[in-house]
Design a protein around this ligand. Structure first.
Ligand SMILES: Nc1nc2c(ncn2[C@@H]2O[C@H](COP(=O)(O)OP(=O)(O)OP(=O)(O)O)[C@@H](O)[C@H]2O)c(=O)[nH]1
Ligand SMILES: [Mg+2]
Length: 221
């Protein structure tokens, strides 16, 4: 019985997600869903990316958190539209659902937006199960989390189109077996696009920004 209920919830979410993807494509707005563990560097990457591309494109952000508006307040300082989804009033869900995404954009002037970043709730499990309707899923894995994560949380890495390895500046301090990380990734999603960045030093941002711009331009065609 419980399995059936979960199946129904996921099916309903998938239908909303497809509708979101179609809707935002028609509006020529790229939607990227950023997922990853708490503290992996999602907000920092989003903030830095927007700062580096804000002269060319108009951004908006949907912030998903169990509680608080800490990240949303931070990103609002960029003078962009930010919508906060807190899941605590609905039982503290550890993911975002597609119909919440659509509702949260009702406050945005969509004719003035080129790209929406979704910052999903921080964890490597639930967000992978719920399609938000984003055009691309990004998983951030920070160096201190370790090279075994694709093996331990395979669905997250399977549903992601791109992986950003963050906090590259910490590699000498904490160590990370990059070869094993790539081997682990290969087993779950060989085709995943890989970036290595440090939001602290700016290392690796050129490739990441090029990819983001390419995706924004792609949706405009
Ligand atoms: N050394 C280093 N620290 C970083 C880097 N990126 C982020 N941080 C730091 O890591 C901490 C967490 O970063 P956030 O961007 O808030 O992480 P988050 O994934 O948004 O966290 P939640 O929203 O709580 O899930 C902060 O203290 C950041 O300054 C990086 O590339 N290098
Ligand atoms: Mg954050």
């Amino acid at each position: 019985m419980e399995v059936k209920v979960l199946q129904n919830i996921l099916q309903a979410n998938d239908a909303f997600a497809e509708e979101n993807r179609r809707f935002f494509r028609e509006k020529r707005i790229l939607v990227l869903n950023v997922m990853g563990s708490p503290g992996s560097g999602k907000t920092t990457l989003i903030e830095k990316t927007i700062r580096m591309l804000e002269d060319r494109y108009n951004f908006a952000v949907i912030e998903g958190d169990v509680a608080s508006t800490i990240d949303a307040d931070k990103l609002s300082k960029l003078d962009i539209p930010v919508a906060q989804i807190n899941t605590e009033p609905f039982g503290g869900a550890c993911h975002l659902e597609a119909n919440w995404i659509r509702q949260s954009t009702e406050s945005f002037d969509l004719d003035k937006i080129d790209m929406i970043f979704i910052e999903n709730v921080g964890n490597l499990v639930c967000p992978a199960e719920f399609d938000t309707g984003a055009h691309k899923n990004i998983v951030i894995l920070s160096i201190p989390e370790g090279e075994d994560k694709p093996a331990k949380y395979p669905l997250m890495f399977r549903v992601s189109h791109a992986m950003v390895i963050s906090k590259l500046d910490l590699i000498d301090a904490v160590g990370c077996d990059m070869e094993l990380l790539h081997e682990n990734l290969k087993k779950v999603n060989d085709g995943i696009i890989r970036f290595k960045v440090s939001s602290k030093s700016g290392e690796g941002f050129d490739d990441w920004l090029k990819w983001v711009q390419n995706e924004i331009e792609g949706i405009k065609k």
